[in-house]
Every structure is written in C-alpha cells, then in structure tokens.
Design a protein around this ligand. Structure first.
Ligand code: SF4
Length: 358
C-alpha cells in the first residue's frame, strides 16, 4: 500500500482551514505558549487542559518568569493534571532556556531536543508550529491517522514503528505550513479518526485512505498490549496536632515534590499502624480511628487507600521532610489527586477543631 496517498496534505489543510478547533494556544505566535500547551496536552484531554493553560500563562507568561518561580508554585498550578514529572521538567527546561538561550526558545527541533522534558514529539511540534520547520510531531493521534492513511501494519509503538510513522508523516508534509499540517493531523485524530469509531464518511482523507480501502480502519494501528495497572493497598494517616495536620513532601520519583499524608503500603490493624507510624515519625500517635476509604487509578498503579485519623501533641515539631499545615496551608499546597478524599476529610477535621476552640 502506498505511503504517499496523493493529495492528502492539500485535503487535510483545506479541512483544517474550515474546521480547526479554536484553542487558546493556537495562532499566538508564541513558541513558549506552544511549548507549555504541548506538555500539558500529553496524556491529557484538550478540555481539561484549557483552564490550566490559561492560569499557567497568566502567572508564568514567559520562560524567564517560569524559570524564576519556586517549584511549589509550579506544582500547585499543575495540581490535578497528573503526570507531575511534566511540570518539573518544564520548570527545569525553562531554567535552561533562561540560562543558555537568553530566555528565548531555540528554533530547530534538533536544538529543542537538548532542553529538559522536550522529546521528539514536543520538539517537532514547537519547531513546526512556532518556527515553520518541516519536522514531524508524532503522538498517539498522529500515529493512528498516519497508520491508517498509509496502511502501516507494523507495530506502531515500537521504536522502529515510531521512526517509520515519523518518516511517513514527514514525507506527506508539505513544504509550506508544516505546523498547520501537524495540527491538522492532531485534530483529525482527536475528532474524526477516533480509535474505536473512525468517522470515515466525514473524513477529508476518505478518498485516499489505505485502511478505509482495506475495509476495517479499526484494525490499525497495531499496538503492543498495554500492561494492566498494579493494585496496591495503602494506609493513609491524617495525624492532627491541634489545628494542623501532618504532610510529607514526596522524594520518590512518582509524584516527586508533591505533598501527601503519611502513608504505609499494605493493610494493618489499628494498633500495628499506630506503632509503625509512631516509630517512623518519632511522634506519639493516639486515638487512631478508621475514617474512610479512597481509590485512585494511575497509569501503572491502582491505589486502594484506607484513611485513618489520629492525634499527636498540639505543639509537636514535624519530622524531617514533613510539615504540619493548618486549613489554609492545606489548600495552598500542591497535593496529588490521589489525596483528594483524604484532603477533604482533613479539611473537615481542621474546621471542626477550629469551631470547637471558638
Ligand atoms: S478515512 Fe477513516 S480511517 Fe482513514 S484517516 Fe479518515 S477517519 Fe481515519
């Protein structure tokens, strides 16, 4: 099957001119805005990203402004978006751009790839959209459209498959408007050439699409089976000291830099948990009670959490890497979505404590 369906680019661009989605990062002429949006859009739906993007750009309007911001503030702006390493890398990348490039992003995909958090996809997207370079930007949507359009039946998410998809995308890309071409592919994949229900009748590429001609577009792309997320049990402790509750800043790779309540993997009886936490935190743990349950699904893990409440001395000092936070601080800190139920419960407990003391 041909990898160059005749006229595909012209058909796609004509469709894009008519149908392109009106998105706040489009047509800004600002490479930094393209960068921020492309990082936010990885693994995340457009509708979710829009308000985050607006807030982020309002508070960190340039790479230099982002570079100067504390990591806590950057993570707070990312709270709820997930995949927090994206935020940390974007922050690191901004510092690099400020230090090495005078605050302006470099203009080629090859140079962009030298910046923290910018991989082949993001480099291609920024270089093509902001600087007009003929560079492919292959994400999941583009992989699907190119695989189907050109009839690529190899494993599309292997290293060789990704390289082949990028090669085919570049071959199809017109010399003019490479950024629009990439965005048109992204839009088509997001709105028409959907994974389980491609709307071929409404597709501008229907006359030149190999998968449609073969009869079953859903058979492509060929992807390696996804691993199921691993279920994990956690005990989560809301340890109150007067009108404050204990939080720990994560140093582990997953959710690094975010604040969580003390947690212990596995399930235990109240007495065992109290003894374990008392030793680990070097604080008295009294009146331990089971207060609720919560569940959070990550890509690779499912956290099944039992939430416990307990008390320690009102004036206690927090152990290293931890802090006691009052109600306002608890709101202001960046916590992962997995802690949503625990945070809400902690907020209510602190509120009740304040009311009791009035
Ligand atoms: S014709 Fe169908 S399968 Fe081919 S690109 Fe369009 S929507 Fe996808």
């Amino acid at each position: 099957m041909s990898a160059r369906p005749a006229g595909a680019a012209a058909l796609l661009l004509a469709w894009y001119d008519e149908r392109k989605r009106d998105l706040p990062w489009r047509d800004t002429g600002d490479p930094y805005a393209t960068w921020v949006s492309e990082i936010m859009l990885q693994q995340t739906r457009v509708e979710t990203v829009i308000p985050y993007f607006r807030r982020f750009m309002a508070d960190f309007p340039t790479a230099a402004a982002l570079a100067a911001a504390p990591e806590d503030a950057v993570l707070k702006h990312w709270e709820g978006l997930g995949y927090y390493s994206r935020a940390r890398n974007l922050h690191r990348g901004a510092k690099q751009v400020a230090a090495d490039w005078g605050g302006e992003l470099p203009r080629t995909a090859a140079q962009l790839r030298g910046i923290a958090g910018i991989g082949p996809y993001t480099a291609g997207a920024i270089a093509s959209i902001a600087f007009g370079e003929r560079a492919a930007a292959v994400d999941g949507n583009v992989t699907r459209v190119i695989s189907r359009l050109t009839g690529f039946a190899g494993e599309a998410d292997s290293a060789a498959g990704r390289a082949e998809i990028a090669r085919r995308a570049e071959e199809l890309m017109p010399p003019e408007r490479p950024g629009d071409f990439n965005q048109a592919l992204m839009d088509l994949g997001a709105t028409v050439c959907l994974p389980a229900a491609p709307d071929c009748a409404a597709c501008p590429l229907r006359t030149c699409c190999a998968a449609r001609a073969m009869g079953d577009p859903r058979a492509l792309p060929v992807l390696a089976p996804k691993k199921k997320p691993r279920p994990m049990d956690w005990d989560v402790l809301l340890l109150r000291a007067g009108d404050r509750v204990l939080l720990r800043r994560r140093t582990e790779r997953m959710l690094k830099g975010l604040w969580v309540f003390p947690m212990a993997e596995g399930r235990r009886e109240a007495l065992d948990l109290a003894a374990e936490m008392q030793e680990r935190l070097a604080l008295p743990v009294r009146n331990l009670r089971r207060a609720g349950e919560a569940r959070h699904v990550f890509t690779h893990q499912i956290w099944n959490m039992v939430i416990w409440t307990a008390e320690t001395e009102a004036g206690a000092d927090a152990p290293e890497g931890c802090r006691f936070a009052g109600a306002a601080e608890l709101e202001a800190l960046a916590l992962p979505t997995a802690m949503r139920a625990a945070r809400a419960l902690a907020g209510r407990i602190l509120e009740d404590t304040e009311n009791d003391s009035v």
